[in-house]
Design a binder for this molecule. Sequence first.
Ligand SMILES: NC(=O)c1ccc[n+]([C@@H]2O[C@H](COP(=O)([O-])OP(=O)(O)OC[C@H]3O[C@@H](n4cnc5c(N)ncnc54)[C@H](OP(=O)(O)O)[C@@H]3O)[C@@H](O)[C@H]2O)c1
Length: 294
Amino acid sequence: MQPVVHVAPESDRAIEDAVLAAGGRIGPLEEAAALIWLDSNPESFPDALPDGLRWVQLPSAGVETWLDRIDRERLWTSAAGAYGLPVAEHALTLMLAGARRLADCARAATWTAPPVRPLDGATVLIIGAGGIGRALMRLLAPLDVRVVAVTRRGRDGTLPAERMPEALPEADHVVIAAPATAGTRHLIGASELDAMRDDAWLVNVARGSLVDTDALVDALARGAIGGAALDVTDPEPLPDGHPLWSEPRALITPHVANPAATLRRYLARHVQENVARFAKGEALLSPIDPEAGY
Ligand SMILES: NC(=O)c1ccc[n+]([C@@H]2O[C@H](COP(=O)([O-])OP(=O)(O)OC[C@H]3O[C@@H](n4cnc5c(N)ncnc54)[C@H](OP(=O)(O)O)[C@@H]3O)[C@@H](O)[C@H]2O)c1
């Protein structure tokens, strides 16, 4: 089968080449069996879709803002897993920056001696062992690091979500790589922060809503944890004057873990694999489960 695929709301050379390489044909929405949607903002998405459309591919790994657009008439897939490597690379950057106290050094205007530690020998708790979490495990493999991973249901030897609290007190680094769902909102709140070691670092590359920001600000001010390195915040963008900007134990990057310059390249690979599977009638990567919220 050579499925007709519509790419919207704009055309994109890399994505269209991926469709063609997978054996698809680019065509108008009215004739399409599949829609590759490239805008991460649901507001621009069409209100109605043709009856013949059987699959919608969204461009984002996190789909919490799409849930009320997803119908049960057709299959919807996200880009979960597609950006695992670049986001894991950023998580590793933030972990190293925390362990090596780079923010302290960058802010210092005099010769100081921050409490630098190696990552080597550390225990790393990774909450969410999907595309990002597994890529981070691969990046950490050359280091002598003990990894404890958590998934929703505890698959493949990981801890199930309800057992995450028991791993918190051992972790030197707690890395959040799970989706924003009703079940993960404020996954890290006051009691989880208090359960962490007072020299442990919290890294969030997933979504700001997984951390209770007020509880984090309080924990940082009390020295309850070593520090927090955040690519995502709640609220986002983090407003000027927010206490996290002036907190010496906080390091903020402005949601840049998945760089815009390479995003389409990773999405194109995901699209190519999914169009090839669609053409062969095989199960697609990253189907969205509206009940689970990701
Ligand atoms: N900062 C950025 O620029 C950026 C870029 C891409 C993605 N993200 C965010 O990162 C999230 C993860 O991306 P991904 O590609 O790794 O997604 P993914 O492949 O779907 O992996 C998500 C992982 O989280 C686990 N999970 C779900 N609910 C959980 C819970 N309550 N407790 C613990 N783990 C739970 C899943 O468990 P199962 O294996 O059991 O399903 C899965 O292992 C996305 O949803 C998105 O919000 C951020």
